[in-house]
Design a binder for this molecule. Structure first.
Ligand SMILES: Cc1ncc(COP(=O)(O)O)c(C=O)c1O
Length: 505
């Protein structure tokens, strides 16, 4: 076996093995049965199986999407009190993903992160969160009234990306904040870097606290032995997975998994009932059921194909002069426990090629859309939905781009002008207090020293540059101005030009 496909060193975990039950899909079967009966619909949604839909969207999506767009009708169970097909599908998912209980989410991984914070924290409670937290976790802090205590993952200044969280940094933060209610970690990062969660879990559990993992990018990890192990298999108490990100569920479909006794499930379920829509989309629920079925039955084989494609892409990128794509060894040398190799980060720094420019160039000239870009990097997510032709086209585009860009951009693109990890926030009040406070808009430069009421993030990756409750420093202003000048998409400010910013009055 080539070294590339040898098992991950900590792959000691039981992987899901397919059996006949795995192949069932209770929600999809119930959906098929309901539509087979050709029931005359006097229920929502108003398009009644597509007959009332606008022809433009009907032609675009086809009738099938509308026929199956039902909500909580008899026989379809109820996400908010699941006892039938949703319950069965969630139980199957719990088995496949190594959980004791799994909750289907129809409002993205965002909703799962918010629910965990609200299930655990009361107003004023401290919770340890990483500086590279996603903005949806910050919105959970606003909803709950919790006070974030930030710790820092390692950071690579060359590529400008967050790396792993070191277990000692968690131990240190816990020693300083023994009253904290939980610890959150993002694992894997957007770029696929993983931390030693087993050691982090031991550290966190020694304080009797739950370890919560934003595993939005890791729903596939459990299904191939060369991938880093998933959070629950390393001792985490809860993980939130965006099943739509790498697995094949529809956008917005996600799962929240829990195990052990450290999380009060009754409160968690009550919070989910508050946060999730009462008009549940069965297209989303059905796609979760299908995504689970697919990986439980043939995840390893599908991921093997994807890993081979990603490996081929990474190797060929590294043969193009001036381009670089890091591998697992690079990540480990910088303290990571592993790398999700389906994330292929492509850096054109040596050739003086900006990731932002490259993304646009590929879109314009090759009709290729990357997952994200920043001043140094392009990120490709390779999945079993990709083909060898996709990889070839991307490589073709990268080669042509490199040839055209060489020498033209080098002198303009100097030392790291901007990095993905914004300055450390210093909070004067909780995010919730700031969010709810009376606010006034000030010119950005005049806002230094005042407390922000806004969340402002570069999107993607969605790491907040500024949090509500954070004292605005000149460093943050410089960061935001630079991001704006570089054309990074900024999400959150009431004034999209960012000439002004809202602060506590
Ligand atoms: C690390 C991380 N966590 C959470 C989320 C939120 O996921 P969703 O878009 O499914 O709500 C994202 C979205 O990109 C993310 O990158």
């Amino acid at each position: 076996m080539p070294a590339y496909f040898q098992a991950h060193p900590s792959a000691s975990v039981p992987r899901a093995a397919a059996d006949d039950t795995d192949a069932t899909a209770p929600i999809l079967e119930a959906l098929a049965e309901y539509t087979r009966q050709h029931t005359v619909r006097f229920h929502m949604p108003g398009h009644k199986g597509g007959y009332g839909a606008d022809p433009l969207i009907l032609n675009l999506l086809g009738r099938c999407a509308f026929v199956h767009d039902v909500t909580n009708v008899p026989g379809m169970d109820d996400l908010h009190q699941a006892t039938d097909v949703i319950r069965q599908a969630q139980d199957l998912a719990a088995t496949a993903f190594g959980a004791e209980a799994t909750y289907f989410l129809i409002n993205g991984a965002s909703c799962g992160l918010q629910a965990l914070v609200m299930a655990i924290c009361n107003p004023g409670d401290e919770i340890l969160v990483p500086r590279n937290l996603h903005r949806s976790l910050l919105s959970g802090l606003i909803l709950s009234g919790a006070l974030p205590v930030f710790f820092k993952p390692a950071y690579d200044p060359d590529l400008g990306i967050p790396l792993a969280v070191s277990p000692p940094s968690i131990a240190e933060a816990l020693a300083q904040h023994p009253a904290a209610r939980a610890v959150f970690v993002v694992n894997p990062t957007y770029h696929g870097i993983t931390s030693d969660l087993a050691l982090i879990a031991d550290t966190v559990h020694a304080y009797g606290l739950p370890l919560l993992v934003d595993e939005a990018h890791g729903a596939h990890l459990r299904f191939h032995e060369v991938l880093p192990p998933c959070a629950l298999d390393q001792g985490a108490d809860a993980s939130v997975q965006g099943t739509h990100k790498i697995l094949a569920a529809f956008t917005q479909a996600a799962m929240l998994h829990v195990r052990g006794e450290r999380i009060d499930r009754a409160r968690l379920e009550a919070v989910l009932r508050i946060l999730q829509s009462t008009s549940t989309s069965y297209l989303l629920l059905g796609s979760l059921d299908a995504a689970r079925r697919q990986v439980a039955v043939s995840g390893r084989q599908l991921l093997q194909q994807a890993l081979e494609l990603a490996q081929g892409l990474r190797r060929s990128v590294n043969e193009i002069e001036g381009l670089f794509s890091f591998d697992e060894e690079w990540a480990r040398e910088r303290g990571a426990a592993g790398l999700d190799r389906l994330k292929v980060t492509i850096t054109g720094k040596e050739a003086g090629i900006s990731g932002l420019w490259a993304e646009e160039w590929l879109r314009k000239h090759y009709h290729i859309q990357m997952e994200m870009s920043d001043p140094y990097n392009l990120l490709a997510i390779v999945t079993f939905g990709n083909t060898g032709e996709d990889i070839e086209l991307l490589l073709h585009g990268l080669r042509e781009m490199q040839a055209r860009a060489a020498g033209r951009y080098g002198s303009e693109f100097g030392p790291c002008p901007h990095h993905l990890l914004p300055p450390d926030p210093v909070l004067s009040v909780t995010p919730r207090e700031a969010f709810l406070a009376p606010a006034v808009a000030l010119p950005l430069e005049e806002a230094v020293g005042r407390t922000s009421v806004e969340i402002i993030s570069c999107y993607p990756p969605g790491i907040p540059a500024l949090c509500p409750g954070e004292v605005i420093t000149s460093e943050v202003v410089t960061y935001l101005v630079l991001a704006r000048e570089l054309g990074v998409r900024l999400q959150g400010p009431a004034d999209p030009t960012l000439n002004s910013i809202r602060v506590m009055r």
